[in-house]
Design a protein. Structure first.
Length: 633
């Protein structure tokens, strides 16, 4: 490691904070980081759940510098570990990786360097770790030669079969405890429900675990749901172009199908937008090339399926658009959370249409056991439950944050002032009459000892002449046909609202049926009102968030000049622009305009190595800009 220039402003009696500034360029920790770092330094087993953008990597990288030995970091993707190593090396921190991208000679050289003590962090995949020659051969030699400071399991949700990116190889990580019982294990992930957290701790064999669960709230993100109409593409194009047709920052558009991805990417490109597709139908080289072009700012927009997921470490994504309905709330949180990882304001927009529901239900119905040809009841039931959570989010009048955070077991007090429901509440309509009609139909069927799902009850209310209704004589019921005034989609919307508001229950069987509860009786006795928001229409009078966060006029011009300089330097080094500096650092430079080393060291993200590498060229650019304006330089 190169020795960084000491930070005079940091109290020397605290080596943790000295290291934080000297190597990472930060004067203070983000919320939740310091407690995790202190526990890791104390050698405790740690389970840390920190949201995307919360700085979880620093929580094991900083202890790696201060604890004796080498930190072993298990990471699920080659691209992810390569990116982490690239960022560390640019800050002067000695790190490397062992994976299939290396030749046998390169892997041998890296292993030898590790035994000589030339690296403080080693990244590798679980498959490599589990190889007998590595687990039982190399690691004991490394422990003897240099020591092992800890085992870090990154993206630890992959350990759990209840997690959204389950990796069977991760399930065997408990073997570390058997071979190296004295070495602490640090598990990190961005999202995990209580059930997943318990499973991670059990599978890894964590002992007296220091569990840290940071807030899942991302205050810099603005959430919005808009109706999907024939004008949605025009809205998307306006968002991409931003103010006065200018580039509105990098963005991701998520679609459900490969076909939609190709069509939308092609349409954006035809309209002059630098956009590329990404999905599993493309060959590996094309996916890698398109991803690299996006990360290096050679293209502005990536249009992708959920295949564009874990390991995308681009901090300056200014917006994420879901052009189709996501499958799960956890998936939506992860995908939308790829916006604004640098802490700067960013937008998350979900387009929602009734057709999305039909598509989702069709896909659920396709979950068939290939051996028997029968429906996979458990998988279908889980998928329906997950879909309902997403529909609750899309159609609810509640604060979007309240719904998201409730999903992860966290309470939040509305309003958030950063979602459409809080900033521009939708008007509501009184649907108490229709709710009473629906609940009465459920009650009439229950009186006969019969229970049905929502679809059957809706057919009954709308007077459908189906064979099932006729065979069962239900056309004789008083509720038959009393709901003809509402469309099938309107009744479905009401049912989802009743379930979301807890006014009716639904079993979790393979074929779920409805049940009345106390709240149902309150509505039927006219003791409770049911309010429903109609499908929203585009609100063109509301404040638009289609523009990127802006600086003062003068600072904005300097920011763009510094962005161009950053891109030039990054291209020369063959690295993504954010490796040089992220947008937060550039904005601080544009605002405070440091012209000497002392002032430049006050910028967030500037440590000793960054100062040595980039201080002269950036301060020269700032002095030149000020000189053009006749300002003292």
């Amino acid at each position: 490691m190169l020795a960084p220039k000491p930070a005079a402003s940091v109290a020397t009696e605290d080596p943790v904070r000295v290291t934080l500034k000297s190597w990472f360029g930060f004067d203070s920790f983000r919320p939740g980081q310091e407690a995790v770092v202190r526990d890791a330094l104390a050698g405790r087993d740690v389970l840390a759940i920190m949201p995307t953008g919360g700085g979880k990597s620093l929580c094991f990288q900083l202890p790696a510098l201060l604890r004796p030995g080498v930190m072993i970091v298990v990471s699920p993707l080659i691209a992810l570990m390569q990116d982490q190593v690239r960022l560390l090396r640019d800050s002067g921190i000695s790190a490397s990786f062992l994976n299939s991208s290396l030749s046998a000679r390169e892997a041998g050289e890296t292993s030898a360097a590790l035994l000589r003590g030339e690296y403080k962090l080693l990244y590798l995949a679980p498959e490599r770790l589990l190889m007998p020659e590595f687990l039982q051969g190399f690691l004991p030699r490394l422990r003897e030669a240099q020591g092992i400071s800890g085992f870090t399991i990154d993206e630890a949700h992959c350990v759990s079969e209840w997690g959204h990116d389950f990796r069977p190889e991760y399930r065997q990580m408990h073997i570390l405890r058997a071979h190296f019982p004295e070495i602490p294990v640090f598990a990190f992930t961005a999202t995990a429900t209580g059930r997943v957290r318990d499973d991670i701790a059990a599978q890894l064999g964590l002992r007296e675990t220091a569990c840290h669960v940071a807030s899942f709230n991302r205050p810099n993100l603005h959430y919005e749901v808009r109706p999907k109409t024939d004008k949605s593409y025009a809205e998307l194009l306006a968002r991409v172009r931003g103010r006065s047709g200018a580039n509105n920052g990098s963005g991701i558009v998520y679609c459900l199908s490969r076909k939609r991805v190709d069509e939308l990417a092609g349409k954006l490109a035809a309209d002059g937008v630098r956009a590329l597709p990404y999905h599993a139908g493309l060959d590996a080289e094309t996916r890698r090339s398109n991803q690299d072009a996006f990360i290096r700012d050679d293209v502005q927009v990536i249009v992708a399926t959920i295949a564009f997921g874990m390991g995308i470490n681009k901090p300056d994504v200014r917006w994420v658009v879901h052009y189709d309905l996501p499958k799960t709330m956890e998936g939506y949180y992860q995908e939308a959370g790829r916006a604004g990882r640098d802490g700067e304001p960013a937008d998350c927009l979900l387009y929602f249409g009734v057709g999305d529901i039909r598509t989702a239900e069709f896909l659920i119905a396709q979950k068939i056991d290939p051996s028997s040809g029968e429906p996979m009841a458990a998988e279908q039931r889980l998928a329906r439950q997950q879909l309902r959570k997403v529909l609750d989010y899309a159609q609810s009048l509640e604060c979007r944050r309240v719904i998201q955070l409730r999903y992860f077991g966290e309470e939040y007090r509305a309003p958030c002032a950063a979602c459409d429901n809080c900033k521009n509440p939708r008007p509501v309509e009184d649907w108490t009459l229709e709710a009473r009609q629906f609940l009465s139909a459920v009650a009439r069927l229950a009186q006969r000892g019969q229970r049905y799902g929502a679809a059957y009850v809706i057919d009954l209310l709308r007077g459908a002449e189906t064979q099932k209704i006729i065979d069962r004589g239900h056309q004789q019921l008083s509720v038959y046909g009393i709901g003809k005034q509402r469309s099938q989609d309107e009744w479905r919307q009401l049912v989802r609202a009743l379930l979301h508001q807890g006014i009716v229950d639904e079993t979790e069987d393979a074929y779920p049926v409805l049940r009345l509860n106390v709240a149902s009786l309150e509505v039927m006795k006219a003791q409770r009102q049911v309010l429903l928001a109609p499908q929203p229409k585009p609100n063109r009078s509301a404040r638009s968030r289609d523009e990127a966060p802006t600086l003062a006029t003068g600072a904005e011009a300097l920011f763009e000049r510094l962005r161009a300089l950053r891109k030039q330097l990054a291209d020369q080094q063959g690295v993504p622009p954010y490796v040089v500096f992220n947008d937060v650092s550039l904005r601080q430079m544009a605002e405070s305009q440091p012209v000497d080393e002392a002032a430049f060291m006050t910028i967030s993200g500037v440590g000793g190595r960054k100062l040595a590498q980039y201080g002269a060229v950036f301060t020269a650019a700032i002095r030149s800009y000020r000189g053009e304006l006749g300002l003292p330089a």
